[in-house]
Design a protein around this ligand. Structure first.
Ligand code: SAH
Length: 263
């Protein structure tokens, strides 16, 4: 993939630790290449599968529906994003299996089923497209790409510079102008985009950070793997109402840990 010099390579960093000390500016992920120019790469990277990637994705979507994912917005979005473009070439033939996969630096991309389930929870009770969404843990950028099809704006923050940059490279060909990648500590949220219609975390902490609750809009939903009082990690859904917060603890999950600071 070639990169033209005009592409905005400077990326935002949150917090007072930024080199200039100035407020960070987010940049949409953009590509200098038209989608048609990408076709040969897609064809060659999936040829190892002996299958057309659209057909494999359609099969994945059917399986998600069989597993109980109902929201057509979510199923459509899952069908649109080429997951094989987010994994190492050695793992391309597993890209559409219902499995989590390593993405480097000890992190993993969640199973398609978990991504779909969380986004369905995020969309619950909302009609049409969601507004601004904050994703904690960009990782390889896959979930941010899926979110870009169900929300008007996606702010996605990652604490590991190597993955933040990898996501930028992975997302560029998709030309998703509504995805904003931020390098920073997501435990602080991202106040510049607040209030959010939804917050979704791909990393699990001991508790939901106060900043996330503050930055959620009234009527907004937060989905995060969190350690429960019983001591295991489960999906927690928090709805912010004018009166306060409604919290629901759902099924047990296994996400990478939410860590503070950047690296
Ligand atoms: N949504 C991602 C999943 C990545 S795994 C994808 O589609 O690939 C979770 C990610 O959360 C890891 O990359 C990890 O580095 C990141 N993470 C953990 N704690 C974080 C924090 N405080 N702020 C931002 N990212 C964090």
């Amino acid at each position: 993939m070639t990169q033209r010099p005009g592409f905005p390579v400077k990326l935002a960093q949150t917090g007072a630790s930024g080199p200039s000390g100035k407020a960070p500016a987010t940049l949409p992920v953009r590509s200098s290449q038209p989608p048609a120019a990408l076709a040969p790469r897609v064809a060659s990277s999936v040829s190892g599968l002996g299958l057309d990637s659209g057909a494999v994705r359609a099969r994945m979507v059917r399986k998600l529906a069989e597993q109980g994912v109902k929201d057509p917005r979510v199923l459509d979005a899952m069908g649109l994003v080429e997951r094989h473009r987010f994994v190492e070439s050695a793992l391309v033939n597993q890209a559409y299996e219902d499995t989590s996969l390593p993405i480097g630096l000890g992190q993993t991309i969640s199973k398609p089923n978990v991504v779909a389930r969380m986004i369905e929870l995020l969309c619950q009770d909302a009609t049409g497209k969601l507004g601004r969404i904050l994703e904690i843990g960009t990782g390889c950028g896959y979930q941010a790409a899926v979110l870009s099809h169900v929300a008007t704006e996606v702010y996605s923050i990652e604490r590991l510079r190597g993955l933040h940059e990898k996501a930028r490279t992975n997302l560029r060909p998709f030309r998703l102008h509504n995805v904003h990648l931020i390098f920073g500590d997501g435990m602080l949220g991202y106040p510049k985009g607040a209030p959010y219609a939804g917050i979704i975390s791909a990393a699990g902490g001991d508790a939901v950070p106060e900043a996330w609750l503050d930055q959620l809009a009234v009527g907004g939903r937060l989905i995060a793997p969190t350690i429960t009082p019983a001591g295991h990690q489960a999906l927690v859904v928090i709805l912010k109402t004018a009166q306060g917060f409604e919290r629901q603890v759902l099924e047990a999950v296994h996400f990478v840990p939410l860590k503070s600071g950047v690296a």
